[in-house]
Structures are given as structure tokens and as C-alpha cells.
Design a protein around this ligand. Sequence first.
Ligand SMILES: [Zn+2]
Length: 74
Amino acid sequence: MSYFKTTKEADQLVAYFTDTDLCFECGCRIEGGVVRYDGYAEPGKIKGLFFHPACAALLGQRLICDGFPKRHQN
Ligand SMILES: [Zn+2]
């Protein structure tokens, strides 16, 4: 996960799951700072997601709340 000052600066990959200015969390357009998260869309193929910084923080906390208590389970 990386922070960029603009969506243009964050546009460094070949493929994305969403438009480069669309927040994956809230569905609103991003103007200004953006957080990009890269992950595998399929084995060997990385795609990026974009978030408002506050939405990235919210999503991160939700993932921790959901995943941390179950981290030793498969
Ligand atoms: Zn958002």
C-alpha cells in the first residue's frame, strides 16, 4: 500500500480493478491524495485498487478486526 499526492502520480501499473480516480471503499471520485493497494488478480498478475486516505484507514481497520482474531485458522 502506498500513498501518492495525486491519482496521476499513482498511475504506475498496467492494470487496475477500478478507474484510477475511483475509491474502492466508498465509490466516490478521488481528488488529491490517494492510496493505492496492489494485489494479485490471478497468479502472476497484479492489479491495483485506489482509496481516499481515510477510506484506506477504515478498510485497514476492518480487515484487522475481521482477520486478526482468526489469523491462525485456515
Ligand atoms: Zn473513499
